[in-house]
Design a binder for this molecule. Structure first.
Ligand code: 5RP
Length: 220
């Protein structure tokens, strides 16, 4: 989709020689990674920290050198997609199931840029089902607590089986409706034993690049 391509490719302009770059996951940052692959072939030196097995395969196929998060003290810049972004740059992520690694990489990054198409910009978060990553052990009990709170959790599946993240966790997608207080919701979800991480990314993005019909604009 052209909007995703424009946003994704624009973000590559912020990558400088010598940087350690966090490589997000999804169909928008795919274009960033493709562009970085081209730049690397033309002499750009970067090291990438991947947020998913899919991104690792893509980056490696393009000749981008990868290092693990454990090997770096900090990441200069992470570029990632998002499922929703509000006016305060808070977002929902995890539509692709990579939220845990994405959040760890984002939090280790000096700067975070998100690449989205216009449809992802919202006034309030919560239309997109919020991914909650849980350990498989006893997840039905977390599910029950979410149900009791009225969030209508749905266990994410793939080919008829529970979808498993790269850490072999499950995802419960919850239906919150408009989220008035993302901080409070995140804290409550994290207080449930068995919840590993939530898809609420609060105070993380520094800038958002929005793909439009013919151009991409940077919102800071
Ligand atoms: C994966 C993510 C993605 O960044 C998010 O789902 C956006 O993906 P896309 O760019 O394909 O719309 O959080 O866990």
């Amino acid at each position: 989709m052209i909007q995703k391509k424009l946003a994704g490719e624009k973000a590559a302009e912020f990558v400088e020689d010598g940087m350690i770059v966090g490589l997000g996951s999804g169909s928008t940052v795919y274009y960033t990674i493709q562009k970085l692959g081209e730049l690397v072939k033309n002499g750009l030196h970067i090291k990438g920290v991947s947020t998913s097995s899919r991104t690792s395969s893509l980056a490696a196929s393009l000749g981008i050198q990868l290092v693990s998060l454990n090997e770096v003290e900090k990441i200069d810049l992470t570029i990632d997609g998002a499922d929703e972004v509000d006016r305060n740059f808070n977002g929902i992520k995890g539509g692709g199931g990579a939220l845990l690694f994405e959040k760890m990489v984002a939090k280790a990054s000096a700067k975070n840029i998100w690449v989205v198409d216009q449809s992802k910009r919202v006034n309030a978060l919560g239309s997109f089902p919020l991914p909650v990553e849980v350990i498989p052990f006893g997840y039905t009990h977390v599910n029950k607590a979410l149900q009791e709170r009225g969030f209508k959790p749905v266990l994410r599946t793939e080919n008829g089986e529970p979808f498993q993240t790269d850490s072999h966790h499950y995802i419960l997608d919850i239906h919150t409706g408009s989220i008035d207080d993302p901080h409070a919701l995140h804290q409550w979800l994290k207080s449930l034993t068995g919840v590993v991480e939530t898809g609420l990314f609060i105070d993380i993005a520094d800038a958002v690049i929005v793909g439009e019909k013919q151009t991409a604009s940077i919102v800071t």
